[in-house]
Design a protein. Sequence first.
Length: 219
Amino acid sequence: MNRRPTLLAALALTATAALTLSACGSDDSSKDKDNDKIAGADTGSKTSASPSASASTAADRPKIDLPSDLTYTFDWPETGDKDKDAVLTDSEQSIKAVDLGIVNQDPLDKAYLYYYEGEAAASTQEFIQAYVKAEARVTGAYRYYDAAANVSGKDSASLVYCEDQSKAYDMYLEGKKVNKTPATKNSYVLYITELHKNAKGVWAVEKIESQRGSDKCQP
């Protein structure tokens, strides 16, 4: 997991190789049970595909409501291919679902477990648990760009994309103190994910790898 600021650098090292979650412009090479009322997020601009058949018809799809201090911009336009657009749309939800688990301070939050399976689910659980132990969550703005989706057959796909964490940070729950760090090369992370379409028709993440400071993702 590379989606995190400096706060959890040491705690999340075990999850770095397999999963990647969000947050920050730190120099780290590796991303609550907040009792405040949670408002809807999604306040960032969005140029990605509109809800696909996968996103709109899958049974029991969890609602993802995030605090208003978390925003997301997905600069990956529609491809025109139904399956690829479904991969992009479900991946947007999977990214937000991990942050919801952090906000809820729940390593077994049902939202991310809807979108992550196997190795990726196990790494995500460790990643969220690190935030719970630190009594912190993520805050700020995330941007996703340069996405390349590939679909193989009916139920196998991959997605490569970049994340801009330069305006994303860790926030301690006590006092809501934000740990702001300067943006560096390591604020930009490359993700490589493997997905499969499960019985619910959802493109679930099975494996995820990340490379912090990737030249491909530099602005």
